[in-house]
Ligand binder design. Structure first.
Ligand SMILES: Nc1nc2c(ncn2[C@@H]2O[C@H](COP(=O)(O)OP(=O)(O)OP(=O)(O)O)[C@@H](O)[C@H]2O)c(=O)[nH]1
Ligand SMILES: [Mg+2]
Length: 325
């Protein structure tokens, strides 16, 4: 005999008193599925992921191409579970590193239930937006468009932008949001749940990312560098964790982390170090602060700056950085 399992979601206020004196209960099936977030660099994909998951798992900066990896973030609620995939911004790849980043976006479009295309509503529609729309179309997947950064545009501009995207693509929903201010994110989440298949959660309630603490440590350091440097340096730097020592985590609540900051030129090394190594110190203090919150213990953080010319084309360094994974 075949057995069927039905996953149901019992709402807190689902019980109704019936005139007959009995009680009825409204049951809705649980939802479970995955949604990949794609879009141009700087559109706010990682800000959205962190806001929805409620944890900082993907670093954010005002420099394009901040995210280099696929970062998974899981939302689990009574109504179901969504596995979100944050991806690097879509751009023209110039180095082996960028080719791996773009491959990550294409890979993200496989085996997911839904695409979330994120656009920055405050910038003009251009060839980059067209390219992203084409990618969504070619994926053949159902898609939701989020028009982000509505906190910095005049409300009257929204309707024409929504009409333009509506004409250019076939979206299940077009939702204006502000990932930064949290505006309309509840509506976006409701709609994403609505369009996911029914099913059982894949992960336990506590699980919120597939990224290790070691990986996040490297990313947190890189975020602090991105906050402090300009021009070509954000693209030319990487952080390699050399040591992540947890041997005294249980007993003394201390984790020791050592990392190399890679840059491509000696002049960049000087910028990251700053006068009397003041810049490096400030990067270390800020990163340690975030890491102590993440790891819930004291962190000793040792940072070194190394010059590694053309590391962006060095496949072995890219492997070490887990790029493309
Ligand atoms: N005003 C405003 N700024 C936002 C909003 N969402 C994100 N930002 C800012 O936009 C910048 C880019 O945000 P990210 O989340 O790093 O963008 P991203 O799409 O992940 O960028 P890449 O990883 O480079 O592809 C940051 O300075 C954010 O603070 C928003 O809703 N409103
Ligand atoms: Mg990002």
């Amino acid at each position: 005999m075949r057995q069927y399992r039905i996953f149901i979601n019992v709402h807190e206020n689902c019980f109704q008193n019936l005139p007959s004196g009995g009680r009825s209960c409204i049951l809705t099936p649980m939802k479970s599925g995955s949604a990949v977030i794609i879009g141009r660099p700087n559109s706010g994909k990682s800000t959205l992921l962190n806001a929805i998951v409620g944890q900082k798992i993907s670093i954010v900066s005002d420099k394009p191409q901040t995210t280099r990896h696929r970062v998974l973030g899981v939302v689990t609620e009574a109504r179901g579970q969504i596995v979100f995939l944050d991806t690097p911004g879509i751009h023209k790849p110039a180095y082996a590193m960028n080719r791996r980043m773009i491959q990550t976006v294409y890979d993200g479009l496989h085996d997911v239930d839904l695409v979330i295309l994120m656009t920055d509503a405050s910038i003009a529609f251009g060839s980059g937006e067209n390219y992203a729309l084409e990618m969504v179309k070619r994926s053949g997947l159902p898609a939701i468009l989020l028009l982000n950064k509505i906190d910095i545009i005049a409300k009257r501009r929204l309707l024409p932008i929504m009409q333009r995207y509506g004409a250019a693509g076939d979206f299940l929903e077009i939702i204006p949001v502000s990932a930064l201010k949290g505006e309309n994110l509840d509506v976006a989440l409701d709609k994403i749940f609505e369009h996911l298949p029914e099913g059982e959660p894949l992960h336990g309630e506590e699980y919120f990312t597939d990224r290790t603490e070691r990986f996040l440590a490297g990313e947190f350091v890189r975020e602090k560098i991105l906050e402090r440097v300009r021009e070509e340096l954000p693209y030319a730097c990487a952080v390699l964790i050399r040591r992540f020592d947890e041997s005294r985590r249980e007993t003394k609540k201390i984790v020791r982390i050592e990392a190399d900051i890679l840059v491509e030129k000696r002049s960049q090394q000087g910028i990251v170090l700053g006068a009397g190594a003041s810049q490096l110190k400030s990067i270390g203090i800020a990163a340690r602060h975030d890491l102590e919150k993440l790891l819930d213990c004291k962190v000793f953080l040792g940072l070194q700056v190394q010059t590694s010319p053309d590391w962006r084309n060095d496949e072995s360094v890219l492997d070490e950085l887990e790029l493309g994974l």
